[in-house]
Design a protein around this ligand. Sequence first.
Ligand code: 13P
Length: 253
Amino acid sequence: MRQYIIAGNWKMNKTVSESVILAKQIVDAVKDIKNTEVVIAPTFLAAAKVADVVKGTNVKLAVQDVHWKDQGAFTGKVSIDMVKEIGAEYVIIGHSEQRQYFHETEESVNLKVKKTLSAGLKPIICIGETLEQRNGGILESVLTTQIEGAYKDLSADEALKTVIAYEPVWAIGTGVVATDEQAQDTQAFVRSVMKNIYGESVSEAVRIQYGGSMKPDNAKGLLAQKDIDGGLIGGAALKSDSFFAIIAAAEAQ
Ligand code: 13P
């Protein structure tokens, strides 16, 4: 059985003090959650303080990106050792906003995934198509390229440590959510691509989250789908009650 994983991607929201408050509220809300993995991804600036809040609780820490070099003259970037030292377990890599606005490529995603795994942390690899690509009939080739790019030269053991977040770009922050069927069909396709690369046992074990306007009122239907193993949540993760409602929907499946 694949364990549900609900992750909050806070993006560029919340000051350090606001992040600490939200993290405390979430820790408190989920203390009786037993079966669902709960992850929060604050900004880099807030990550160390949030790490102190979640230490020893059932909330895990993620960061929203990492650089693939160990250290050095890379102004504005954060290394995997810095992320590891504060106790983060997950790194979100290849988010569509990174791809759209900050020149993320298949190659940089692959380098970041490898660096994250080499440090013993787990990548959450984001993939997803634009509306133009979906309507243009190239959904499958876009996703295949993204998956093959991210997993280039990764072993099956490494692939097992990854999580995939399928986030249709047209559903992110728009309030337009994929239907249960659209999300399920696409995520079954994503799993089939993983099967082609790594075989059945790996593809059946890898968790695939859905992301894009997941909210308390649509979470239950999405999470009930066979190939949806959790959510990567933006807007609804910025308040503990709506984030908790989604976690509770996973826990109740
Ligand atoms: P929203 O939930 O705000 O649509 O964002 C989804 C997302 O991009 C999570 O990474």
